[in-house]
Design a protein around this ligand. Structure first.
Ligand SMILES: N[C@@H](CCC(=O)N[C@@H](CS)C(=O)NCC(=O)O)C(=O)O
Length: 104
């Protein structure tokens, strides 16, 4: 099923991922999931179609079939639960991963 995220159409980096869509792109790359990016203008972000998937009219959003998500934490957690690589099943391993992230 195709995953689609949204990012700014116009931003200093030209919509290449330096806004909060970076977090989602990072998680998708880490778990090796292909995805497409729909670039949205500020006007489109505040229009009904986009507000239907993001009530605050922001990016990023995440769509996969009938599932649509907003809030990067929620999106990254969803990806971590669905795919191996980001969230070890073992509790102690998860805690150790957090320590490693804090060291970097
Ligand atoms: N808590 C949200 C924050 C989303 C957010 O602040 N998005 C910014 C871009 S980094 C945005 O869309 N700003 C445009 C606006 O608020 O009108 C998340 O983590 O997804």
């Amino acid at each position: 099923m195709t995953i689609t995220i949204t990012a700014f159409e116009r931003s200093p980096d030209g919509g290449k991922g330096l806004a909060r869509d970076t977090r989602v792109r990072w998680a998708l790359e880490e778990v090796g999931q292909p995805y497409q990016v729909r670039l949205v203008s500020f006007a489109e972000m505040k229009a009904p179609d986009h507000l239907a998937i993001h009530p605050f009219g922001q990016i990023p959003t995440y769509e996969e079939g009938s599932l649509s998500l907003f809030e990067t934490g929620s999106i990254v957690f969803h990806l971590a639960e669905q795919h191996a690589g980001l969230l070890p099943k073992d509790r102690d391993a998860r805690a150790r991963d957090h320590v490693d992230v804090c060291r970097t």
